[in-house]
Design a protein around this ligand. Sequence first.
Ligand code: 4AD
Ligand code: MG
Length: 439
Amino acid sequence: MSLNRFRIANAAEFDGQTVTIQGWVYNKRSSGKIKFLVARDGSGLMQCIFFRGECSDQAFEEFEKLTQESAVEITGVIRKDNRNNGFEMGVKELKIVSIAEPYPISPKDHGVEFLMENRHLWIRSQKQWAALRVRAEIIRAIGEFFDKNGFIRFDAPILTPTSCEGTSTLFSTPYFDEKAFLTQSGQLYGETGAMAFGRVYTFGPTFRAEKSATRKHLTEFWMIEPEMAFFDLKDNMQVGESLIEHIAQSVLNNRNAELKILERDLSKLEVLKGPFPRISYDEALKILEKRGHSIPWGEDFGAPHETALGEEFGKPVFVHHMPSQIKAFYFKQSDEVFGPGVTGTGKYALGCDLIAPDGYGEVIGGGQREENVETLQRRIKEHDLTEDDYKWYLDLRRFGSVPHSGFGLGLERTVAWMTGVPHVRETIPYPRLMNTLRP
Ligand code: 4AD
Ligand code: MG
């Protein structure tokens, strides 16, 4: 009776039975001989009806002492009720576990700053609760997807000696007598895993000291990074597309009630079925020009460009073959779109970013990796990195080098997209932003 005790989410299994809700007072109201309490037990909400004569006199009296978020154990009979999520409780007994002090978060509108300071309480509110439950489902679905497709989870270190995504966004920390960095990406380690296991994915927190206060940037975010041996750029996009399809279907199937709380337009998830359009960076520039958002060749997209591309397709779109000059050192390059890889000066990087519609922006960033040792050594130099730091990474190109690819999926951006919440700060229990370190 410890793990399989009654929980509101499973009320249907207890129809007609007397059970105990262990939870908190979400709200209450009374009218004469009938009193209503909405209980919250973490798994859901349930209306509990205190009817004089049906419940104990003590329960009827003690009801009056209850404040919002007081902790309670309420015993009664579960019965069908078509208005309130299918089931309600006819109360018999009430036990007060603790009376809550006046609760700072009331149903009235609070400013975001206040809510962020009270994040530890805010997560009890319906929309926050729902978004975090969608997050948990997405994590579950991702594990399921990779398990089903022969990947193993391969955890990359968080304390690292090198950078993966450029040196300008590194958080550093003393590490005994040397300096360590908080990882920006598990990719380089993921590549070692791909050569050992064929298909792996890393999943963990990643860190970027990004001074961008936007609705898409956190300084600590979780990334899922699959890496596959013998996969090229096209194969890589196929994996990303299938993963997004699986995530959207899982959220639709398993988090319907939460999507309703979040008032999510379900059609936005229903359209997330492949094939997603795939366009080259050069084609993207033409579309942007047509839509009045021209940028010179060689520049990276900003938020307005990503939004415009989303509007063009109304579906997620892969942009591939970006200018090498804006991509990291590890990308394989080519002189033409879907041309052969070259060891000379490649104009394009074999990258692929997936841009989500409705302004959610880049959710996937990845591509095919350089597999030639000399080219990679040259790239490391060009990026002002120290070859010695990447000796082990270069070894992958010395001992059985193969074409390989992978990508990183940003968890919080994916949760924001699926739930429709406008800002990534509501998609992680405790967001870390440029000016947010507490609670
Ligand atoms: O495009 P990024 O920088 O790619 C990499 O880190 C590669 N090493 C991944 C790989 O190929 N294994 O980041 C990947 C994704 C982005 O598309 C975005 O979804 C997310 O990570 N991301 C962020 N999410 C929230 N806040 C930030 N500051 C983010 N930076 C990147
Ligand atoms: Mg990127």
